[in-house]
Design a binder for this molecule. Structure first.
Ligand code: C5P
Length: 245
């Protein structure tokens, strides 16, 4: 039984409010959603799609662990607790459809867009905003774009950047203590009253992590570069084991 089928079970008890490429959102109660992690993995704005048995459980556990780590550093996230091994109880946020990326080391889209060499270290880190829009391939946004489109005001964008830097300080040092280098990561934010709170997930689907020293890839770049699915699964599992031990 794949993780996609188990979602049907939740669907009989809760109203589905949204479904993305790797997660399903259900209405839990007045203040909470259930966030169900599927076994799917996708790349190229959903152009490639596969199922990795157990990935949803690994990602739900990974995200829960890292959200708790952030909360212990005083950074507010939507995480409340677990409903089951692959379903998270989260606070209802009004999500802003923007992907916020922080880069410590150059790789991925930035080395294709700008005259920057793979592996260059950014000090201070570079922060970028992208519109969540598969059809337009998630275009890069500046402050004026975000203000005009009603996404983040300039003031909010600056607050988000500050949270990104605090998250980076916490995650980078934690992962380094586990022998891992955090190249970059993506977060999404939502509104809770007048506050901006971290939503979505923190998993290897949304960050790049390399082994310190060997620079062995542990993250979704394995899948993007065409590694076999069992290699990807084992890597995600290894990451969860390393961070939780
Ligand atoms: O592709 P790019 O270099 O812009 O990705 C930067 C970071 O954001 C990577 O960690 C990648 O996994 C993440 N990302 C994401 N969802 C996207 C695009 C990028 O989680 N749609």
């Amino acid at each position: 039984m794949g993780g996609e089928n188990r979602g049907v079970d939740l669907g009989t008890r809760f109203v589905k409010v949204a479904e993305g490429k790797t997660k399903v959102v259900y209405d839990y109660d007045a203040d909470h959603y259930l966030l169900y992690f599927k076994d799917t993995i996708t790349a190229g704005d959903g152009a490639r799609r596969d199922v990795i048995e157990g990935k949803g459980v690994i990602n739900a556990q990974t995200s829960a662990f890292l959200f708790k780590l952030l909360e212990s550093s005083g950074i507010e996230t939507h995480y409340v607790g677990m409903y089951d091994e692959r379903t998270m109880i989260v606070r209802k946020l009004r999500m802003v459809p923007v992907e916020v990326v922080l880069r410590n080391i150059a790789t991925g889209s930035i080395v294709k867009r700008l005259p920057i060499r793979e592996g260059e270290r950014f000090d201070p880190p570079i922060i970028e905003f992208f519109l969540k829009d598969d059809a337009r391939h998630d275009p890069l946004l500046n402050y004026s774009h975000m203000e005009y489109l009603g996404l983040f005001t300039r003031r909010e964008a600056e607050q988000v950047e500050e949270v990104m830097r605090r998250v980076n300080d916490a995650l980078y040092n934690f992962l380094l203590s586990k022998g891992l280098i955090l190249y970059d990561f993506k977060l999404e934010f939502g509104r809770l009253g007048d506050r901006l709170v971290i939503g979505d997930e923190i998993t290897l689907d949304a960050m790049r992590v390399r082994e310190n020293g060997t620079l062995r890839i542990l993250d979704k770049d394995l899948y993007r570069k065409g590694a076999d699915l069992e290699t990807v699964r084992r890597s995600y599992e290894e990451f969860l084991r390393r961070i939780t031990s």
